[in-house]
Ligand binder design. Structure first.
Ligand SMILES: [Zn+2]
Length: 320
């Protein structure tokens, strides 16, 4: 029997499909108005063990190591940073993780069967900005030009592997955000990747990947919870796995600083007709990264990282 704690109210059982024929149920609890599940239940479900040391919660197995921190939305999943929607908590010393993060972050990344098969044949690559909109500008390069070069390289690489690949722009033209999503629809995209470079203070560096914010969760940058869901939210589980694999592979190839997988409500993610991610490939406002972003062999590293990420994502979604 479950002991009832002061701050817990049992609210429901989450039913999870563990295979084509089996379901498992996990108890959810209301903690200060949000749905949480016990870390021990999550560990059992994943066939992992867990440990608690101060505010550090760890889920581990022979294959995986998940570092969570009480009251922090930053998690590290097998060495890759991933932003949670809600901070893990503990109530009467029982460590807990939010139901939303369990279902929409941990499960699709840790468990192959969590994500249903989705064909990945037609890939639409979106070089950010273009034409009148130059994006961020460094001292030597403009974002619109750098991401276009990388997009073309990525297209050629993916084509050589047998994918059908399309771009949302084939030259330096102005394309609205809505139009980019519409182009992905017109091409019947199975996968959509938007390429960007970051800008901030001169010292900021690193690579980050965005996927769409799930319904009822806040974006990583804060603000209120996303009220409604769009068609793109149907692919939340595919998108987080895609974002995770691409981020992991880009960091592995480039050795750039890992800024993590984050959630945002960018128009192109919100309106994408398929699993989608927006990649911030580095800071054009940082002298060192700007020079990397303009360098052909570094661009190839990014392209190889993105490609490996796509291939790993596809293996995770393989037909069972
Ligand atoms: Zn941009």
């Amino acid at each position: 029997m479950l002991k009832m704690f002061r701050f817990f109210t049992t609210i429901c059982l989450i039913a999870l499909t563990v295979s084509a024929s089996a379901q498992q149920k996990i108890q959810a609890y209301k903690v200060y108005g949000k749905n949480y599940i016990k870390l021990s239940d999550a560990a059992n479900f994943f066939g992992m063990r867990y440990s608690v040391s101060g505010s550090n919660f760890t889920l581990y197995s022979k294959w995986s190591n998940i570092k969570l921190k009480k009251d922090s939305r930053s998690a590290t999943l097998n060495g890759t940073k991933v932003s949670l929607s809600f901070a893990p908590t503990s109530t009467n010393r029982v460590p807990m993780v939010s139901q939303s993060d369990f279902l929409k972050v941990l499960d699709p990344i840790l468990r192959k069967d969590a994500i249903s098969y989705k064909r990945t044949k037609r890939i639409v690559i979106d070089p950010g900005h273009g034409g009148k909109d130059q994006g961020a500008a460094g001292k030597r390069f403009k974002e619109k030009d750098v991401v276009f070069k990388i997009a073309v390289k990525l297209k050629n690489k993916l084509k050589s592997l047998g994918f059908d690949v399309y771009l949302t722009r084939y030259n330096d033209s102005t394309v609205s955000l809505d139009k980019r999503a519409q182009i992905a629809k017109n091409y019947k995209a199975d996968l959509f990747l938007s390429l960007h470079t970051n800008a901030a203070s001169a010292a900021a560096t690193g690579v980050e990947t965005y996927v769409l914010t799930p319904q009822n969760a806040p974006s990583t940058s804060g603000g209120s919870a996303r009220k409604s869901a769009t068609m793109a939210n149907y692919y939340d589980k595919q998108s987080i796995r895609l974002g995770y694999e691409i981020q992991k592979s880009m960091i592995s190839k480039t050795k750039a600083r890992d800024r993590g997988v984050k959630h945002a409500q960018f128009v192109v993610l919100d309106k994408a007709p398929c699993p989608a991610a927006l990649l911030e490939l580095g800071f054009i406002s940082n002298r060192y990264e700007e020079s990397n972003l303009g360098n052909s062999s570094y661009q190839t590293k990014l392209v190889d990282g993105i490609t490996n990420g796509i291939l790993k994502y596809m293996r995770a979604l393989a037909k069972k």
